[in-house]
Design a protein around this ligand. Structure first.
Ligand code: V47
Length: 406
């Protein structure tokens, strides 16, 4: 497969990659620990080139984070705000059959503005954002939020229905596995995971993003996100989605309290699950998204977070270990556009998209919710790196455009 000469340290692993043999857990750990980073990057790049040639995928999308109220207190998260019975926004009044507890505050985008920065968006506001995104050329809205203690299941159904009725072509990629399980708990009568997914799909949900996976390990779970649904629940949701024919993604939040072994174990668990989905379910994971931990503002802010080399190694090892995942994404919001560009040589073939607004992490402190790359900027990153930019839809079909998007 290659003209690459691996150092003796990685010779046997290079042979395995060249002959398409599956890497073991121990191989993954060795790749993380190697000092021969050039061979590691080149091996990942070869796998990427074999799968996708020089094509690099991006989409025109818009991320919408509907609330930062959350019943959880994950230590890595700087996004959540406790609910504490603060004055309510307009959301509940606008959705079917819900009486507002407090007077409705006129719709003004994010509410309340002061003294707290907690917010929830009404269904109408979300639909308007989606409409705006569609008129700007977006093919996808990526919608996730905190676990809101009061919003009823109807809010999420109305949100999907509302978007679908005004933008029937817009793909709704929404709700992490953790949110889906939250919906089973708030729904009345209580729904199963499958019922929640079926109802959301009938309302317009197209696919599931990969968030909430963190690290599949009980020790890390108990130290960093104790009360969150763990690996079993996360896989239950993705299993049900794949059985229903709904595609999804998978993530790994790395660079906080986990060890290298725990990272590799996470990858192996995903690979095993993907084998099952590919063999016997109607859909599977499309993409793996390693999320680089951003400590700013979180309870773990004393940690340094991953450096650039760790980011590149993690992406490369992911490409090599996850031999049954079609795509590896560098989410430029967390990696930075510069690192995401370099990562195209380290196994990455997807850059997510234009994003526009993003609330969950802010690399440069407060006031930078507006995090956007234009199509021209995304394309330039790709072209300058020697790759071919391809606009994709949510299911990785090529999007033909008659005019150049900005
Ligand atoms: O679920 C939270 C993570 C996720 C931090 O599926 C953090 O295509 C880093 O899942 N530092 C949300 N990460 C983002 C996500 C995602 C993003 C882009 C594309 C896709 C996809 C999925 O972000 C959360 C959590 O795991 N996260 N806090 C933090 N401080």
């Amino acid at each position: 497969m290659s003209t690459l000469t691996a150092t003796p340290e990685l010779n046997d692993l290079a042979e395995k990659v060249w002959s398409s043999q599956r890497l073991t857990f121990e191989d993954g750990v060795r790749l993380f620990r190697t000092r021969d980073i050039h061979t590691l990057g080149e091996l990942a790049n070869q796998v990427r080139l074999q799968r996708h040639g020089r094509q690099t995928f991006y989409n025109i999308n818009r991320h919408i984070n509907y609330t930062n109220y959350c019943v959880l207190r994950c230590k890595f998260c700087s996004f959540y705000r406790p609910y504490n019975n603060e004055p309510r926004a307009s959301a509940r009044a606008e959705i079917s059959g819900i009486e507002p507890i407090l007077p409705v505050i006129p719709s003004r985008g994010l509410k309340p503005a002061a003294p707290s920065d907690s917010y929830e968006l009404s269904v109408d506001e979300i639909v308007r954002l989606a409409e705006q995104a569609a008129s700007d050329g977006a093919t996808e809205v990526h919608i996730v939020g905190g676990l809101h203690p009061k919003l009823p299941f109807d809010y999420y159904l109305d949100l999907c229905r509302g978007i679908q009725s005004v933008c029937p072509k817009l793909h709704i990629k929404a709700f992490t596995a953790i949110e889906i399980i939250h919906f089973t708990r708030v729904s009345r009568p209580r729904r199963t995971i499958r019922q929640v997914l079926e109802e959301l799909r009938a309302a317009g949900l197209g696919s599931l993003p990969g968030g909430g996976a963190e690290i599949f390990d009980d020790r890390v779970h108990d130290e960093a996100y104790k009360n969150k649904v763990g690996e079993e629940g996360w896989f239950d949701v993705h299993r049900a989605a794949h059985e229903l024919g709904m595609y999804s993604n998978a993530t790994m939040l790395y660079g906080h309290l986990e060890t290298i072994e725990e990272r590799v174990q996470h990858l192996v668990k995903l690979r095993d699950f993907q084998d099952e989905s590919l063999a016997g379910r109607a859909a599977h994971f499309n993409c793996f998204v390693p999320l680089s931990f951003i400590p700013d503002g979180s309870e773990l802010r004393h940690l340094p977070g991953p450096d650039g080399l760790d980011d590149l190694k993690t992406l490369a090892v992911s490409r090599l270990m996850l031999d049954n995942f079609p795509h590896i994404k560098s989410f430029w919001i967390m990696h930075s556009p510069k690192l995401a560009q370099v990562a195209l040589d380290w196994g990455v073939d997807d850059l997510d998209g234009t994003v526009v607004w993003y609330d969950i992490t802010k690399r440069e402190g407060a006031g930078t919710r507006h995090q956007q790359l234009t199509v021209a900027q995304l394309q330039r990153l790709v072209v300058e790196a020697g790759y071919q930019p391809i606009e994709r839809d949510s299911l990785y079909q090529h999007v033909p455009r008659t005019s150049m998007m900005k």
